[in-house]
Design a protein around this ligand. Sequence first.
Ligand code: AR6
Length: 174
Amino acid sequence: MIQTIKGDITRLDFDIIVNAANQHLLPGGGVCGAIFARAGQGLAEECQKIGYCPTGQAVLTKGYGLPAKAVIHTVGPVYHGTDQDAIDLQACYWNTLSLAYDYLIDQDLDSLSLAFPCISTGIFGYPHEEACSIAVSTVQKLMRQYPDAKRIHVTFVCYLEEDYLLYKKELKLR
Ligand code: AR6
């Protein structure tokens, strides 16, 4: 299942929400700042222990004060307009799903709810339409390649009306 909703990801009572993080896993601004603010000090401490996450990679922490049980922090690319940007953004979605699947197996779950924000489209400057197309196509590709990944129920959470309209259109097209 893949769906889109409009709203604030920090309020979702999901198994896992995804953070659009920075490499040093510090509480920045944007959705990352909001996630750290609601989660509280425990999240900052666990992230400090992990220390670093390269662009395109992902790490998992607990959810602390968030309604979500866990957080996957993935570092999107800063947009430069090169081919590498798309490769890195695809890697964020792919590696996040792979980590979420490991969590599903570890926790012995039948299914798992996972919420993505629109990674890289805020402070990191990725054009919204291109980012949306990469997000949807990467998730769909992985689910085609690994049918068991359909046990992960993916929600794209859009904070902006502009993104919500793009995701609705993109999901209908495919
Ligand atoms: N819920 C869902 N989406 C949100 C929320 C929210 N509460 N708040 C903002 N967004 P950004 P990036 C959307 O800038 O571009 C941070 O400082 C927002 O509308 O949060 O990947 C990090 O620490 C946008 O569509 O992330 C990094 O340093 C999307 O979240 C850097 O910014 C992503 O925007 C990451 O930049």
